[in-house]
Ligand binder design. Structure first.
Ligand SMILES: Nc1ncnc2c1ncn2[C@@H]1O[C@H](COP(=O)(O)OP(=O)(O)OP(=O)(O)O)[C@@H](O)[C@H]1O
Ligand SMILES: [Mg+2]
Length: 242
């Protein structure tokens, strides 16, 4: 019998008018992996997250833990165990850190509210000292930590992060890298990470899927993708490989 994959995308396509932002893409994520996604601007990476989390309808099929989740609404997908953060921080500026993470806890978490777990995730994401602060007071790293804490409060089986390093300085990138490792290793959570910063991605993720114009260029180990001539041409040559 074939092993059930944690996440399986089968020939998925999303068109915006004439543009196929995701074009007949298939891939599989196994439990326990940090699965990386790379590709140039406009490759379809964030759109892919929007498909997995049910923001848009699409052609093809996505299975989670062997169950077809295509067509399910976002909150049902969250309750099944898929959670995500956004490329540009999406937070409620009128709420405190604690209130925001509690909201995540109510949204997912198989529908059960567990304030103790919410508190645990605030500490896990190093936000304890800012717990009762308004979220608008957080700096960019703080906002990114908050999105992660709120997403983790849903008790996801898969956490999907979208360019968590964008806009951070070198020391903040180290802190974020460590947080993502801890999520995978200490919380035993499967992670999908979209990241432009190739040095960080190759340190964190294996395997890595590289896409361009919504289609796969290659999937492989960090060594395989960084030595693939097509990847070098379409991606590593671009200015993001700082
Ligand atoms: N809601 C939308 N309506 C129309 N076109 C869209 C929409 N969302 C994305 N697109 C287009 O789809 C393509 C893929 O966009 P997407 O945001 O998924 O790329 P990306 O790989 O995340 O890029 P970046 O690295 O810049 O974040 C782009 O051409 C974009 O303009
Ligand atoms: Mg994007």
């Amino acid at each position: 019998m074939e092993e059930v994959k944690m996440l399986k995308a089968i020939n998925i396509t999303k068109r915006f008018g004439a543009l196929a932002a995701v074009n007949d893409l298939s891939f599989e994520v196994e439990a326990g992996q940090v699965f990386g996604i790379a590709g140039p601007n406009g490759a379809g990476k964030s759109t892919l997250y929007n498909l997995i989390t049910g923001f848009y309808k699409y052609e093809g099929k996505i299975e989670f833990d062997g169950k077809n989740i295509s067509g399910l609404p976002t909150h049902k997908i969250a309750r099944l165990g898929i959670s995500r953060t956004f490329q540009i921080p999406q937070i409620f500026e009128s709420l405190t850190v604690e209130e925001s993470v509690n909201l995540g806890c109510r949204f997912g978490n198989s529908g059960k509210y567990d304030p103790g777990y919410s508190e645990e995730m605030i500490s896990f994401a190093s936000l304890k000292n800012e717990c009762s602060n308004n979220t608008s007071l957080l700096n960019l790293l703080g906002k990114k930590r908050l999105m992660i804490a709120a997403a983790l409060a849903t008790k996801p089986k898969i956490l999907m992060v979208d360019e968590p390093m964008a806009g951070l300085n070198a020391s903040e990138i180290n802190q974020m890298t460590n947080l993502i490792k801890k999520i995978n290793q200490d919380l035993n959570t499967t992670v999908i990470i979209i990241e432009h910063f190739m040095k960080v991605l190759t340190e964190l993720a294996n395997p890595i899927l590289v896409i361009q114009n919504g289609t796969e260029i290659c999937t492989g180990t960090p060594e395989e993708i960084t030595s693939n001539p097509e990847v070098i041409e379409c991606y590593l040559g671009d200015t993001h490989d700082a």
